[in-house]
Design a protein around this ligand. Structure first.
Ligand code: HEM
Length: 248
């Protein structure tokens, strides 16, 4: 197709809304694709940090029931009695929730911006030159991750999935839940999807922050593989060892 024909294909196609080109720096940054990528990267770092710390805490299940239960109790009482009993925990929850909302919002806005910049869509089958499997499936692994969090909160925070539940007995709650084979399988599958999402996130956040010299690529790749594999192995080991009866 000639350049002229190609240009003619766009005549009459819906045009992207014009971007306002003035305003304070922060507002301009917020509206721009670069600003949204920064928001994705910074909130992504916060979320990876949470998932990593959460995994380390959960691995106390392999020490003893009381080690895990004491750890959960400590999380609820950080800063007490200087601060209210669950004050720090609620601050962390608020930070986490804001990061999740901003991360999803930035992802959706960037997708809209990309679509608006290319109104005719991609050829089918779409040609993926450099994008690997993890990059192409970010939206799907992100949706699995979000659904997982909803189920996970119902299951182990609120005890609403039909097992015996006591909020002070975290060890028993986990064992009761993961002894159900379909639940253990769902946790394992979801954590594989989460690891794939984290792998691409940990790789591309450097690009978003402008650290994309080819010199760093082997280091970035190693970092992304390392983070995703450690989190995958740590998280999957728990449902796997409970459902196989090693942890009772
Ligand atoms: C097999 C792996 C996992 C286990 C065994 C596990 C275990 C738990 C438990 C026991 C709680 C409740 C803690 C309490 O109320 O004291 C909890 C809460 C939570 N988990 Fe997980 N978790 C796992 C993986 C994940 C992953 C991969 C994510 C995120 C991607 C996640 C996100 C959360 C969140 C957001 C909460 C609520 C924290 C709060 O507000 O108190 N978990 N998890």
């Amino acid at each position: 197709m000639s350049k002229v024909e190609n240009a003619q294909r766009y005549v009459g196609a819906p045009q992207p809304a014009p971007v306002k080109k003035d305003g304070p720096f922060f507002v301009m940054f917020w509206r721009s694709a670069v600003g949204k990528k920064w928001i994705m990267a910074v909130t992504g770092i916060m979320l990876i940090g949470f998932v990593f710390a959460h995994m380390l805490g959960n691995l106390k299940i392999f020490l003893s029931p009381s080690a895990l239960d004491h750890y959960a109790e400590w999380l609820r009482t950080i800063g007490y009695p200087i601060l209210p009993k669950t004050g720090v925990l609620w601050l962390m929850r608020l930070g986490l929730l804001s990061a999740v909302v901003l991360h999803i919002w930035a992802a959706a806005s960037l997708t809209r911006m990309n679509r608006a910049a290319r109104p005719t869509g991609y050829k089918s089958p779409r040609e993926y030159v450099a994008a690997d499997f993890a990059a192409r499936t970010m939206r799907w692994t992100g949706i699995i991750l979000t659904l997982f969090i909803v189920f996970h909160l119902l299951d182990l925070t609120w005890g609403q999935t039909g097992t015996t539940f006591d909020k002070d007995e975290v060890y028993n709650n986990i064992v009761n839940s993961f002894q159900r084979v379909p639940v253990a399988i769902a946790y394992i599958v979801a954590n594989i999807a989460i690891a794939i999402h984290l792998y691409h996130g940990a790789w591309s956040m450097f690009q978003s922050l402008g650290i994309n010299s080819p010199r760093f690529n082997p280091w970035r790749r190693g970092f992304a593989i390392g983070v995703a594999s450690i989190i995958a192995v740590g998280n999957i080991s728990i449902p796997l060892l409970v459902v196989t009866g090693v942890v009772k």
